[in-house]
Design a binder for this molecule. Sequence first.
Ligand code: PFF
Ligand code: NA
Length: 463
Amino acid sequence: MEKKSNHFSGQLGFVLAAAGSAVGVGNLWRFPYLAAKDGGGLFLIIYLILVLTFGFALLTSDIAIGRHTQKSAIGAYTQMRPRWKFLGILTFLVPVLIMTYYAVIGGWITKYAVVYITGQAQAAAADDYFTAFITSSTSPVIFALLFMGVTAFIVYNGVEKGIEKVSKWMMPVLLVLVVVIAVYSLTISHTDASGQLRTGLQGFLYYLTPDLEGLTVQRFLQILLDAMSQLFFSLSVSMGIMITYGSYVKPEVNLNKAINQIEIFDTGVAFLAGAMIIPAVYVFSGTEGMGAGPSLMFISLPKVFSAMGKAGTFVGILFFVTAIFATLSSCISVLESITANCMEIFHTSRKKTVLVLSVIYLAASAVIALGYSIFYVEVKLPNGSVGQLLDIMDYISNSVMMPFIALLSTILIGWVVTPDYVISEMERSGDKFRRKKLYRVMIRFVAPVMMFILFLQSTGILS
Ligand code: PFF
Ligand code: NA
């Protein structure tokens, strides 16, 4: 076996790169949307409990497996148990699918950043702006290719000189930007046409207060499932990415600390994203503005920015630059994990591998970007929603494959290789693994059951 030449320089580099993967559009737009939909503080509490139990167990497993085997998903699962190679392959396929559309979303965000930088905040707030943009057959393609190209360039430069170097400045800047916008959101207020004054502070309280009104068992379960699927999407677990990043961590790094820091970073940014978006939407459109779902980012927010007047252009720039950083660092991790797996399978060099993958994914991104125009399709997904190419890829990878893989991997670790495999890796640096008992219970019993339910629900078997 050839020796790994690629490593993060130390704990900080690893934590920021992993946080870069974890912090993405999921934090900036899906988390606030779910929090608003699922009872504010109630969602926050449930999410927090899940992060500290279930999320912690999944993230720990991925990272420890990566560091122990020094391999990416396919190699890692094969090394643990040759008969489980299929799980490695399945895991590898998740980023393979995600990569087809992630740069497309990155392209949309880049386009919006450009729109705000060039002072077109009012135009972006028009009703059909977003639809007109994504159904065009040129602009979304150009921005997707640009985003894909930048991603490939960084991965081409390697783990320490590419990924770590970029994450080390981008993630701290991102954190500052989110804090700045959140603080600004708390200070705004607006009187609407009917003379009602709404303040950012009220919006913030709306975000934090648990809404227990009309809470039924069924609604509670729905919130629990929403929080759970958000959680493992958010932490980038069960798709091999954290296995790959874990394989670049040096043996002396204390994984306990690193994992805590990654979780704090990801959850902290999600919470702050809610604190910046929910009060702002609340001030300018009340609580009805919250139901917008994924269109929040490209349709509702531009309206909010436009209502802010002059400040809106500036806030819009800050927000979409933040979103570029979040999406780019995630996109990098997706491509890196594909690259690492391919390098191990085909024994090729990083540069050659990235070049070949770039050609493939530039083409794939273009096709997906054209999924709203030339390659328009409309498919009814088993979960009841109607989607185009992008949604189909997203549905297969995130709603079907990820819970299924998470389920199988908890069975593999909990019952076949046993949790001691992970625990001893966690203690290799000489540090004690404090949450050992919690880890065992989660990985053997709780996580498999929860993943099974989530899998049934997201595939529409259970509704
Ligand atoms: N963890 C990212 C987020 O919360 O937005 C999303 C993500 C990143 C998903 C990387 C998939 C992926 F491969
Ligand atoms: Na995240």
